[in-house]
Design a protein around this ligand. Structure first.
Ligand code: FAD
Length: 318
C-alpha cells in the first residue's frame, strides 16, 4: 500500500507515528513493545528514523585526541522489516543523504524492495561532522532533492550502472517540509521553492517539522498551494513531556514554543508538565481535524504512553 494513496483516501482521521531505533546495543523488543502499544489505534503506517554516523573525540593519556566514527542508532531497515512481518503495518524507513554514498543508498533501496517495503522518506540528514560535504561530489547525494531523483530514477529502471532489463522499483517517496522554515534557508519562500523542486523530482507527499501553533501549518499549506505544491502535507505533532524540552526542542528543531505554553510549563512540576503537553497536543490535533485536515503524524520516538492518551481523547471527542 502506498502512503500517498492512504493519505489521499483519508476521510476518518488517519493518525500515523514516528519512532526511533534503540541505541546501538539496545533491543528490538523495546520497539516491538512500543508498536504493541499502538496496535489499539490501528496505525496506517509507522515511520522509523535513520541516523548517520557521528564523529566524536576521545582524549588519550598523552593528551592527544582520538577520532571515532560511530552510528549511535543503526537498524532502521531491520526494524521496518521485522515490524511489518509481525504486525502487518506499513513501515516507512527514513533514508538519508548524510553518511551514505549513492551506491550504499541504491543497495539499501534494493534490499527494501526485496523486503516488500515500498514507502520511504527521503531526507538530507544533519551533518554530524562525520565528513565535510564536498560540493560537486557525485558519489554522494548532497540535498534531499538529489536522493528523491535517485529513487525516481530507480522507479524508472535506471540504476547507477547501466543494466539491461533492470527491474524498476516502485517506491512512494515522502519528504520533509518546514512551516517555520528550515534553519539554513534565508527565508520561507526560498525554502518552499526548494520543497517544490523535491515534489517535482518525484516526492508524493510532505510531512512537516513539528510546530506548536497551528497558524504556522495553515500559512505554510497556503503558501505551498500558491506555488503549485498539490501533494498531501501531513502535519507533524510532538507532545511535550518534560520541562527540558521547552529549550531543547527549539534548539534542535528550530521552531518556536508559544509563550503561553512555555509559561505554563515553566510554572509546573514534572507530572503537571506531561499533562500540559498532552492537553496542548490534543487541542492542536482537534483543531487541525476540525479545520478539515484528515491526517496527523505524531513524533512519539520511544514511548506510546503519552500519544495513547491523546488519541483516546480525540476519539472521545469525535
Ligand atoms: P533538504 O531538502 O536538502 O533541505 C535542506 C536545506 O537546503 C533547506 O534549507 C533547503 O531550503 C536547502 N536546499 C534544498 N535544496 C537545495 C539546493 N539544491 N541548493 C541549495 N539549497 C538547497 N534527520 C535525520 O538525520 N534522520 C531522520 O530520520 C530525520 N527525519 C526527519 C523527518 C521529518 C518529517 C523532518 C521534518 C526532518 C527529519 N530529519 C531527520 C531532519 C532533517 O534531516 C534535517 O532537517 C536536515 O537539516 C534537512 O533535511 P531535508 O531533507 O529537509 O533537506
Amino acid at each position: 500500500m502506498k502512503i500517498v494513496d492512504l493519505l489521499e483516501a483519508a476521510s476518518n482521521p488517519l493518525i500515523s507515528y514516528e519512532i526511533i531505533p534503540p541505541k546501538r546495543g539496545g533491543s528490538l523488543k523495546d520497539i516491538l513493545d512500543i508498536v504493541e502499544g499502538l496496535t489499539e489505534f490501528d496505525p496506517p503506517f509507522i515511520d522509523v528514523t535513520s541516523h548517520a554516523a557521528q564523529a566524536y573525540y576521545e582524549e588519550q593519556s598523552d593528551g592527544s585526541w582520538k577520532r571515532h566514527v560511530k552510528r549511535k542508532r543503526p537498524g532502521t531497515l531491520g526494524i521496518c522489516a521485522s515490524v511489518k512481518g509481525r504486525f502487518g503495518i506499513e513501515m516507512v524507513p527514513h533514508i538519508l543523504c548524510e553518511g551514505f554514498t549513492r551506491e550504499e543508498t541504491e543497495d539499501a533501496l534494493i534490499e527494501l524492495a526485496y523486503l516488500d517495503i515500498q514507502n520511504v522518506m527521503a531526507l538530507r540528514g544533519d551533518n554530524h561532522g562525520y565528513r565535510k560535504p564536498i560540493r560537486g561530489d557525485r558519489t554522494r547525494n548532497e540535498h534531499a532533492i538529489d536522493l528523491v531523483s535517485q529513487i525516481s530514477d530507480m522507479n524508472r529502471g535506471n540504476y547507477l550502472e547501466d543494466m539491461i532489463d533492470a527491474a524498476p522499483t516502485d517506491f512512494c517517496v515522502g519528504v520533509a517540509g518546514y512551516p517555520e522554515k528550515h534553519f539554513e534557508a534565508p527565508n520561507l519562500t526560498w525554502d518552499i521553492l526548494n520543497l517544490k523542486r523535491k515534489v517535482d523530482a518525484g516526492a508524493a507527499y510532505v510531512v512537516t517539522q513539528m510546530f506548536f501553533d497551528n497558524r504556522h501549518y495553515f500559512d505554510f499549506v497556503e503558501r505551498c498551494r500558491d506555488v503549485g505544491i498539490t501533494v498531501p502535507i501531513v502535519p507533524g505533532l510532538k507532545i511535550i513531556t518534560s520541562k527540558r524540552q521547552v529549550q531543547s526542542l527549539p534548539r534542535t528543531f528550530h521552531m518556536e514554543i508559544p509563550e503561553s505554553l512555555a509559561a505554563e510549563i515553566e510554572a509546573a512540576d514534572a507530572q503537571q508538565t506531561a499533562d500540559i503537553g498532552i492537553e496542548w497536543a490534543t487541542k492542536q490535533a482537534a483543531d487541525l481535524l476540525s479545520a478539515g485536515v484528515p491526517y496527523l503524524h505524531f513524533y512519539i520516538m520511544s514511548t506510546s504512553r503519552h500519544v495513547s492518551k491523546v488519541v483516546r481523547d480525540l476519539r472521545k471527542m469525535a
